[in-house]
Design a protein around this ligand. Structure first.
Ligand code: ATP
Length: 267
């Protein structure tokens, strides 16, 4: 195995993907290295989740090459999955299980000893403030508490790459600070974080590299400072709007409000 520092942990070349007649990805090329925190952004429907699902081996039928840890994922060898963690945006957690039961189960799926998984899960849960609820059924949890369970489940087995979809959207400001620091610390230890988010000020602050997907291709790739140099805009939100060619927000908002008011007058 023995990857050197320079070898990418993720290497994508010429990635094309279509769903029936709709072409979603149009020849993506991307190399991601150890220690990078990638903010993967783009308009709704741009193909971000599709790219991540391809890397997870959940979507087939693509053209091009996807290598994780130097291994082509289409080879049939799924051993690489033991070294990755995944947090989907919306997950069906087993509501009837307690967090202890669920996390122990996930740890065992990753090949951990039952007692190791349970012990580690309990410590991580306590650090994220879930200690009192740890033996309650997940059905009683708030959105943020469920998101914390998912975050723990993705990291229990100490993966080398973490894929996350909107990982911070349900968390309160204190928890966001903790999780941002966890990501930075993991990256400093050589782990790779690859996450999608629409919350631009979070992406701006925590990503070491921002990748903007639009029209099926990568249209910007660099640090926030580098992206600022490509644009007249000072914020990532402004850069995003400019690079994706979106300048209609005032018109759309104006028309929307006019329709709302018109309908309320009629009603
Ligand atoms: N299983 C599927 N079958 C058919 N079309 C799909 C499927 N999954 C995704 N698509 C389509 O592919 C396009 C890209 O979807 P994808 O979920 O990858 O976008 P996204 O960038 O993650 O969007 P969002 O920001 O809204 O989460 C969309 O037009 C979507 O409707």
């Amino acid at each position: 195995m023995g990857l050197t520092e320079e070898e990418p942990v993720i290497s994508i070349s010429g990635l094309w993907m279509n769903y029936s007649d709709r072409m979603v990805l149009r020849g993506i090329d991307l190399k991601v290295y150890r220690g990078q925190i990638i903010g993967y952004i783009g308009p709704n429907g741009a193909g971000k989740s599709t790219t991540v699902k391809i890397m997870l081996g959940l979507v087939e039928g693509y053209n091009g090459t996807v290598e994780i840890f130097g291994q082509d994922i289409s080879s049939g060898d799924v051993a690489y999955k033991r070294r990755i963690g995944y947090v989907p945006e919306v997950a069906e957690l087993y509501d009837s299980l307690t967090a202890r039961e669920y996390l122990t189960f996930i740890g065992e799926l990753y090949g951990m000893e039952r007692s190791d998984a349970a012990g580690k899960a309990e410590k991580l849960a306590a650090l994220l403030g879930l200690d009192k609820a740890f033996d309650n059924r997940i059905v009683s949890y708030s959105k943020g508490m469920k998101q914390k369970v998912l975050l723990i489940s993705s990291m229990l087995h100490d993966p080398d790459i973490l894929f996350l979809d909107e990982p911070l959207s349900g968390l309160d400001a204190n928890s966001v600070m903790v999780v941002k620091e966890i990501f930075a610390s993991l990256a400093a230890r050589g782990k790779t974080i690859f996450y999608s988010s629409h919350i631009m000020d979070v992406v701006e602050k925590i990503s070491s590299r921002i990748i903007l997907l639009s029209g099926g291709d990568i249209i910007a790739d660099g640090s926030f400072t580098e992206l600022k140099e490509m644009s007249r805009e000072g914020s990532l939100e402004g850069i995003f709007n400019e690079l994706t060619g979106f300048d209609k927000y005032l018109d759309i908002a104006g028309e929307f409000v006019a329709v709302v008011e018109g309908e309320s007058h009629e009603g």
